[in-house]
Every structure is written in structure tokens, then in C-alpha cells.
Design a protein around this ligand. Structure first.
Ligand SMILES: [Zn+2]
Length: 346
């Protein structure tokens, strides 16, 4: 794909050079550049104008907001941090209907938001590796009313809603079941990321610097003992509390082992800025608590999905092409300057 794009761009450059040469030579009919034949076979040519037209057509805005939803348990009575199974199904149905495409937290921080044109990425995160998120029944099938059971059923009915998300796990994942490590491997094999949420989930204000680093090293071991070649890219702070000093959330070491993340996720309370925006801070990425309440200013998921539905111009909307960063010209000042070479402002 990339090679083809390079060929297209090269073709356009050659024809541009050829045309210029023809003009300089007085435009004689016999100075027709030999490259024209090649270029005519490569359709359509990618030009700055065609990139702008394609971006405008889908109202691409890759400087817009990306919701990062934070889920805890799926349980029959719901709760402030939890959803019932019907509420979670309704949330997935709404995301699908409103043109969101699930991605992993690492896709956001690594700026690899490869979603179709016109769609908005949504990061689905699941904290604390509970049995309400993923569990097997005695017959070895996945329990249908867990988060994974519900997502699998939804994806079966809607094959274009691919499974993706991030599980922030603690010690003894999924209620300490024997197959916990195998379940982490299953998640990775099915499009999910496993992120560090510390071993014991102790909020960092209760720990000194050594204890913070020990918790993150041991939290990493929970993952690498199941997936030896895992590169843990992101972490979520237990209860959203930053350590002192804050840099220990990004990198540190304990004993002979070290950790280094590319993104740190908070608890609360608004959509994340685009990773191409000047406002994006990979060391403090906000997450939105799932909440089924409509018409309530609780800064939960329903509140923010309603907000983004009413203000579509604030949403991140993909141009469908990971190589370019497209946005309406009015937003140009929000672009982080180092991405200027890839930008398509229309
Ligand atoms: Zn947690």
C-alpha cells in the first residue's frame, strides 16, 4: 500500500517535472515526456487537491476529540462505575450506530488510528481484570453476560465492528482462575491490548517512590509471565492517582527490572484530545466513566456521547488514510507542528 502511494506521488512529481520541462522548452509537441504513459496507468493521481477533496467529502477532522471509555464490571445491578449487561449492549449498539470504531489505548498513543474514512475511533478500556469482564462456564464456553461475551456476540452480528480495546489488569487476572494467563493470551490474539494497572491496585498517594516502582514492575510481570514477548505500552493509574514524582508513572525500575510506557491513563472526565493536537498529553490521558444516564451532567459516557452527537465538528473523524492528518483549515493552529508535513488542511 505504502509502496503504491510512493509510486503515485513519484508519478505525479515526474509528470509535473515533465510538464515544466515542456513549458520551458516552448511546449513543442515532440518534447512530450516519456513518463506520461506510465502515469496514465496509475489512476487516480494523488494530488494535494485530491487529498483535500477526499477529506472534505467525509468531513475528516483528525484534530478532533477521541472518547476513551473506562469500564469496570458488567453486573446485574449496575452501579456508579459498572454497567448491566443490557446497558453495555446498548452502549455498543450506540457506538456502532454513531460511527465509532473500537481501537486500543496503544493505537491512540502510538498514533496508529487506522479506522475507515468518516469513522471516529473510540478506545474501550476495562479495568481490574474481574470475572465480570471475562469468564468461562464449566463447559469451557465464554460466559455470555461478561464484557467479552457481550462484545463477541455483538461483533458476530456486526462484522464491521471489530473487536478491540485494552484490559488494565492486576494480579491473578479474572478472579485468579487457573487459566488467567491463557485468557490474557486469548485477549491479545483477539485484538485486545493488555495494559499495566499495577499488581495490587493500591492508589499511589499511599506509596513511596520505591513502592510505586515495585508495583509497576510486578504489574508488568503479571503480563509478561503470561505473554513473555509482551511490550507493555500503556498503563492506567489505580483510582487515577498520580505518583510523586509523576515521572514514575512513565518509567522506572525496581531491582533489575524496569518499565517504560508510551501513555498514562487517568480516571475522568472528558474525551481525549487528538494525538496530533497540541493539547494531547500522553502522560495524562483522560478517560470517561461509563454511565447510562441520559440528560444528567455527570460527565459519564452517555453525557459525552450526547455531547459529541450534538457537536459533530468536535469529533475526531478519520480520513481513512493513516499516512495523512486531515482537518478543516480553521483548526490548523491546533496541529502539533512536527506533523505538518503529513497534514491535509481543507
Ligand atoms: Zn482499577
Amino acid at each position: 500500500m505504502l509502496r503504491r502511494r510512493v509510486a503515485l506521488v513519484l508519478g505525479v512529481l515526474l509528470v509535473a517535472a515533465g510538464v515544466t520541462a515542456a513549458v520551458l522548452r516552448g511546449g513543442g509537441g515532440n518534447s512530450r515526456p516519456a513518463t506520461t504513459t506510465v502515469v496514465l496507468q496509475l489512476k487516480p493521481p494523488v494530488t494535494a487537491a485530491s487529498l483535500r477533496a477526499a477529506a472534505r467529502k467525509v468531513q475528516a477532522n483528525e484534530l478532533g476529540l477521541v472518547p476513551v471509555l473506562m469500564h469496570h464490571r458488567i453486573r446485574p445491578d449496575g452501579g456508579d462505575y459498572d454497567l448491566t449487561a443490557p446497558q453495555f449492549r446498548a452502549e455498543l449498539a450506540r457506538l456502532y450506530r454513531e460511527n465509532y470504531v473500537p481501537v486500543r489505548a496503544e493505537d491512540l498513543v502510538l498514533r496508529q488510528l487506522d479506522v475507515p474514512a468518516g469513522k471516529t475511533p473510540v478506545v474501550l478500556t476495562f479495568d481490574d481484570s474481574t470475572k465480570e469482564q471475562f469468564f468461562y462456564r464449566p463447559d469451557r464456553t465464554i460466559k455470555p453476560d461478561t464484557a467479552i461475551g457481550i462484545m463477541l456476540a455483538f461483533a458476530r452480528k456486526h462484522p464491521d465492528f471489530k473487536l478491540a480495546g485494552t484490559f488494565y489488569v492486576n494480579r491473578e487476572p479474572f478472579a485468579g482462575v487457573r487459566e488467567g494467563p491463557a485468557m490474557l493470551r486469548w485477549l491479545v490474539a483477539h485484538g485486545f491490548e493488555i495494559g499495566n494497572h499495577t499488581k495490587d491496585h493500591i492508589p499511589f498517594q499511599l506509596l513511596n517512590a520505591t513502592q510505586v516502582q515495585r508495583q509497576l514492575v510486578l504489574g508488568g510481570r503479571v503480563i509478561t509471565s503470561a505473554i513473555p514477548d509482551a511490550k507493555v505500552v500503556t498503563m492506567a493509574l489505580p483510582l487515577g492517582v498520580m505518583p510523586k514524582p509523576a515521572v514514575l508513572a512513565r518509567r522506572g525500575s525496581w531491582g533489575s527490572e524496569s518499565y517504560s510506557f508510551r501513555g498514562v491513563f487517568l480516571v475522568g472526565a472528558n474525551p481525549a484530545p487528538s494525538p496530533f493536537s497540541r493539547k494531547f498529553d500522553p502522560w495524562a490521558i483522560p478517560r470517561i466513566r461509563t454511565s447510562p444516564h441520559s440528560g444528567v451532567v455527570d460527565f459519564g459516557s452517555t453525557f459525552w456521547l450526547d455531547y459529541l452527537a450534538k457537536n459533530p465538528g468536535e469529533r475526531y473523524v478519520s480520513d481513512g488514510d493513516p499516512a495523512h492528518i486531515s482537518f478543516p483549515r480553521a483548526h490548523a493552529r491546533e496541529l502539533r507542528p512536527r506533523f505538518r508535513a503529513r497534514s491535509v488542511a481543507y
